[in-house]
Design a protein around this ligand. Sequence first.
Ligand code: KG4
Ligand code: ZN
Length: 334
Amino acid sequence: MLVLGLESSCDETAAAVVCDGTGLLSSVVSSQIADHSIFGGVVPEIASRKHLEAVADVVDKALSMAGISYSDLDGIAVTQGPGLIGSLLVGFSFAKAFAYASGLKWTGVDHLHGHIMSVFLEDNPPEFPFVALLVSGGHTSLYFVRDFLDYEIIGRTRDDAAGEAFDKVSKMLGLGYPGGQIIDKLSSEGDCGKYVFPRAWLEKGSLDFSFSGLKSSVRREIEKTGKENLSFEAAHIAGAFQESVIDVLIKKSLTALEKYKCKNFVLCGGVSANSGLRASCLSYFEKKNIKVFMPSLKLCGDNAAMIACAGYYKMKNNYFSDFEDEVYTRFLSV
Ligand code: KG4
Ligand code: ZN
């Protein structure tokens, strides 16, 4: 079954062709980072306009790179939510029109479900059940995943998402947007033991997260350091911040794995590209005999292959969308 995936929830216009939920035939991602970085964050109105300009070309490219034409497709999977409403509407309306004109079956996919499914596009996918930690710009959540379509949220952030914290700390340090990659690189040049920032464990056994206290603590340290010394201290501050985020993410994931008596762990979402987080997960969980699965770097951030993968399992199980269906902006509690 050949599925065309479409993703446009935030600032990436993406299309991909995936065979039977695993075989990646093509994946095209057109990023708008350059259009938003001068504003220090995503501007929703600009994002939807850019999606509109890019979507048809991105789909054409994905089909031609896969070496197929639209008549070879068996279905279309498109991100339905959560995300920016104007951005979502571009991809969703495009998929609706495509399905109407071609007569193909189609299905709306939850963006977060897509991120969890990204590991099934890799060579050694996990066995069920597993605990998934989804860390992105909008979400930081733990899931207990029983099957392709059977997943339950077991922890979430009470304020900022981890990726959002990376972006804000980068901004506070006077560095660029998006901040994740910048902080990741800078951290490797710093002494992460020079500063110690707080960890929000919350109530005993809690699987929820909170990063706003950490962010405030970093802000106070930056103010104390002063502009004139910031260039000497930025790498140490970035390193200590990243260390604090990683520590909380890993320990809370372990609590979840123990609570659900699970030996398989999946790390996914944009922040799963973080080199410190990837290395720490592998070394920490290996000692506990827990198998770690993560998408390759190109599938960590937003892409349409993960949407095609999730859509394949939905359509295989007869979950299809109707032309009356609409996008949703807030995340669904599953
Ligand atoms: O999953 P994603 O592409 O979009 C959302 O669904 O939100 O995640 C984007 C987030 C941004 O906050 C970005 O700064 C962060 O992922 N990110 C990183 C890294 N690469 C991207 N965070 C930490 N380290 C990285 N290497
Ligand atoms: Zn995402």
